[in-house]
Write a protein that binds this ligand. Structure first.
Ligand code: UT7
Length: 312
């Protein structure tokens, strides 16, 4: 779905969207294609790249706000799609911070010896919960999935250096779907009002996003004994190019060290970071010992950063 496609649906312009967000295209899942389908594809890709079989993964975790069903967990379906019936599987739901919460959790499982290998997938089919009559939100969101495998290695070095995660649930309405949960069960009236779709106060989120990304990035680096000058890559949540560039400027990290793919995919919530990581690997840009900061924020409100050493 390009900006030109959106111009044909409502009153907007490519120029407005590009200057305010940096987005040019976003992808929508095909009719009938669910989050578990995108996840299964991403999972197969990750397994191929790692030279592993589905049964080599001990636990499947899916981070999403657009699960196939309210329950059971999408991760159960994904593991079964792959033929890994019987393996541990569950979902986490912390909106755009899903991968930022999921990666340290996966690493901690591995470190504690609970599992040898954990797959963490970030996936969204946000097109299903986007109000195409709200030009302030619908231009932003896309669908996608990224999968990562965390495993125990023989290396003496550790990849997971530090993390800082946080949340503030005082005003959930800043970014939420009003109806369909236990607070406001779905009614025909709420459906007619499109209360099954995403609502957002963009300006408020914008301000706190930059502050949280900068603050937590600095903190995780300091906790690991580094400064921004040591960073090889920042892989941020892709919500708005202006947010990313403002954070990079305040962190004093050169633009070429910031991974950005927002122009092609828009905001895919919990999927943005694993997709950006995957593309960085594909380009051959990640090298053994590289220091990465993953940083993100989103509904909750929620936020976090991770300092990570690439071993490979
Ligand atoms: O994953 C985390 C979730 N979300 C975010 O990170 C979002 C953070 N916020 C943002 O990225 C920005 O706030 C937006 C991109 C959502 C909006 O940009 P903005 O610069 O804050 O614009 P605005 O909402 O204040 O709107 C400015 C103007 C308004 O017109 P008036 O009232 O000034 O006449 C809007 O009606 O732009 C208008 N507008 C549009 N015009 C053309 C809003 N959406 C559009 C549109 N096309 N699609």
């Amino acid at each position: 779905m390009s900006n030109a496609d959106l111009e044909r649906i409502f009153d907007t312009s490519d120029e407005w969207i590009v200057t305010r967000t940096g987005m040019r295209e976003r992808r929508y899942a095909a009719p009938g294609e669910a989050s578990s389908d995108l996840s299964t594809e991403a999972a197969r890709h990750a397994l191929d790249r790692a030279g592993l079989r589905p049964e080599d993964i001990d636990c499947y975790v899916v981070a999403t706000v657009t699960p196939d069903f309210q329950f059971p967990a999408t991760a159960c379906i994904v593991a079964s799609n792959l033929g890994a019936v019987g393996k541990a599987a569950f979902d986490i739901e912390i909106a755009c911070s899903g991968f930022i919460y999921g990666l340290p959790m996966a690493a901690s499982f591995v470190r504690a010896g609970v599992f040898r290998r954990v797959m963490i997938i970030g996936v969204e089919t946000l097109s299903r919960i986007t109000n195409m009559e709200d030009r302030g939100t619908c231009i932003l969101f896309g669908d996608g999935a990224g999968a990562t495998i965390v495993e125990r290695t023989q290396a003496e070095r550790d990849s997971f250096l530090s993390c800082e995660l946080g949340a503030d649930g005082r005003v959930p309405e800043l970014l939420y779907v009003h109806a369909g949960g236990s607070r406001n069960p779905m009614t025909q009236e709420l459906l007619d009002q499109k209360k099954d779709k995403v609502e957002m106060s963009g300006r408020e989120i914008y301000k706190y996003a930059v502050n949280k990304m900068v603050g937590t990035s600095k903190n995780v680096l300091a906790a690991a004994g580094y400064t921004a000058a040591d960073v090889d890559w920042i892989i941020p949540h892709q919500a708005n190019l202006r947010i990313i560039e403002a954070a990079a400027k305040r962190l004093e990290v050169p633009r070429e060290k910031i991974v950005v793919n927002i122009e092609r995919y828009g905001n895919t919530s919990s999927a943005t970071i694993p997709i950006a990581l995957s593309e960085t690997i594909e380009r051959g840009d990640l090298h053994d010992g590289d220091l990465i900061v993953f940083t993100g924020f989103g509904g909750g409100l929620s936020w976090g950063s991770i300092a990570w050493k690439w071993i490979g």
